[in-house]
Design a protein around this ligand. Structure first.
Ligand SMILES: [Zn+2]
Length: 285
């Protein structure tokens, strides 16, 4: 795992920034870090609270977040999110933040996911109606039916993992995990062929991607920049490209027994180029 991107945080909050560094339009305007339906700077985007996002009401209509099967109060969120304590940055808030990133990250794109014609969000919405965070579950599973709605189950996270979820490297892992669990709605039971009890998929088939293959595929699109959330706007040491690559080669690839995906190397422009950034609004006034 990369070092904690402290430097990126400082830059995001700094009113003066050099060209080519992290843009400074993080707070307080909602969606300052995104425009036109995509995320221009994931570090700035993740400093914003989901309940201040114009799409939040829609996201909450599409997906319900529960804890131990029960409805919960609206989580309290204050910006910037990196200034919240670990205890305040709850699993309920993290789930909403992951859904919010998913909502925007490939908006308007098509043909990039072999298992569905459109976006990841729209596909997941067609399979799952919510996330049930259950204390003590390790990882998660598909699925639970509550009040006639289908939920996938996610275990609660410890403090260090919730801290990681303030940043792209944590949130990206969560999104890929959500997609993995939603893929189980279509079947794709695991095997133990790779030596991990019920932690393997027999075949990596690009035309019929299994649950682990869906995770590998998303990492691949993030790494090659097909889905570009502006992680390359951060300082080099804070970018997650190497972590994406390591996860693909050292974790997901070893979950398959037949037709393992090829080892990948860093592309020429890892994670795509930093998208054009909005000018800081307050600076104009
Ligand atoms: Zn699974």
């Amino acid at each position: 795992m990369n070092a904690l991107p402290i430097a990126a945080v400082v830059l995001v909050l700094s009113p003066g920034f050099a060209f080519g560094q992290v843009a400074a339009d993080a707070v307080p305007a909602p969606l300052a870090a995104s425009s036109g339906g995509y995320i221009r700077n994931i570090a700035a985007f993740l400093e914003q609270c989901p309940d201040r996002d114009p799409a939040y009401a829609q996201i909450m209509r599409d997906f319900e977040v529960r804890r131990n099967d029960k409805k919960t109060a609206e989580p309290v969120c204050t910006e910037p999110i990196t200034a919240m304590t670990t205890a305040q940055y709850t699993d309920e808030l993290i789930a909403r933040q992951g859904l919010r990133v998913m909502y925007y990250m490939d908006r308007g794109q098509s043909g990039h996911l072999p298992w569905t014609p459109g976006t990841l969000y729209d596909w997941m919405k067609s399979k799952i109606q919510g996330i049930d965070i259950i204390d003590g579950v390790v990882g998660g599973y598909c699925c639970a039916t509550l009040d006639g709605k289908l939920f996938f189950v996610a275990g609660n996270e410890d403090g260090p993992n919730r801290d990681a979820d303030r940043f792209w490297y944590g949130i990206s892992g969560n999104i890929a995990f959500y997609a993995h669990e939603a893929r189980h709605v279509d079947g794709f039971p695991h095997s133990s062929c790779c030596g991990i009890a019920n932690g393997c998929d027999d075949v990596f088939d690009p035309k019929n991607l299994s649950a682990y293959a869906v995770q590998w595929w998303l990492y691949s699109l993030w790494l090659n920049g097909t889905i570009n959330v502006g992680d390359s706007c951060a300082l080099p040491a804070d970018r997650y490209a190497q972590g994406l690559l390591n996860s693909m080669n050292e974790q997901f690839r070893n979950r398959f027994c037949t037709n393992k995906p090829d080892l990948v190397s860093l592309p020429a422009v890892p994670e795509g180029a930093c998208p054009p950034q909005d000018r800081r609004r307050s600076a104009k006034k």
